[in-house]
Design a protein around this ligand. Sequence first.
Ligand code: PLP
Length: 392
Amino acid sequence: MRRVYMDHNATTPVHPEVLEAMMPFFREHFGNASSIHWAGREVRQYLDEAREKVAALLHASPEEVIFTGCGTESDNMAIKGVAFALREKGRHIITTQVEHHAVLHTCQFLEKVGFRVTYLPVDGEGMIDLEELRRAITKETILITIMFANNETGTIFPVREIGKMAREKGVTFHTDAVQAVGKVPVDLQQLPIDLLSLSGHKLYAPKGIGAQYIRKGIRVTSLIHGGAQERNWRAGTENIPYIIGLGKASEMALRDLPKRRAYLAGLRDRLYQGLTERIPHMKLNGHATQRLPNTLNLSFLYIEGESLLLNLDLEDIAVSSGSACTSGSLDPSHVLLAMGIPPEIAQSSIRFSLGWNNSEEDVDYVIEVLPRIVQRLRDISPLYNKRMGTLK
Ligand code: PLP
């Protein structure tokens, strides 16, 4: 039987070339990058090169890139770091209701220690209203943190316009770009973004490595104190093999982005088309056009997303019903609820997130298997009138 993995927004496999690039750093190049002898010096040189590669992917300069332990840490570093650095200036932060928990829970923590947070609503396509953002900014606002692209629906936010507004008002702008980097162009020469968080395991590097872009001159208090690594932004001996992996993955993402983007969008559209032709009462969640090329979030009315997920798993197809961090919880997705989707429809949703190693055959296999499962589950669904083929 074919095994199909369509959960790349949860995590991606490490690319073989990335793994190959990392291996020497577990063996011969084992030095500590802070050591001044040969073993440290040679590693330091590779560390610098990896930083240059991540910076190149973002069109930033290497001094603006800090390596972290993951996307969550990067988000914490940016949000708490700016909040602590600017708390004398003001104590108001603006975010959205559809952020990843790495941002939402960080903001909730800051509320407990004296900050005020505005959680902007979104419309039915998961998009914010820029005028509402403008109205939310006050003299007290120190930070806007709005994601580049949503992990569940793939909706891409207007970060250029948000950044422009933030600049006009003198407010720092952070974006969680964990799902965007490597999938769509991110050019920090062009985009008015002050801080940007990314994570290695969403772009074919290993889990446990992330990065933070901090534009020159932006004030951020460091959260991890210790040695002088990462120019005092983030203490701790650098995880060289993983940093090398992220560097390699960034180099490949920059090189292959146009190709990957077109390829993934083609697969995604083939999947959507094939399912639309075969499955009635199906609904697309997310923005029709402003969406990541690899992400397809669909509601299959009158059945539970969890049952669908388990049945697909029995056929060796891996998908997700919401973000990986909340799977296991039967609560409907906070993202879909914020979009005004009723709980029972939110609960009938599945996210397909494609990757470079998916093929047309994978897509066709899902198109073949899924309609049967949906029909079987609808047949036993009390909400679905089988005899009439219509809804009660
Ligand atoms: N932000 C977004 C939008 C994500 O999708 C994720 C992971 O799913 C994270 C942050 C957290 O990244 P990490 O798993 O590297 O901590």
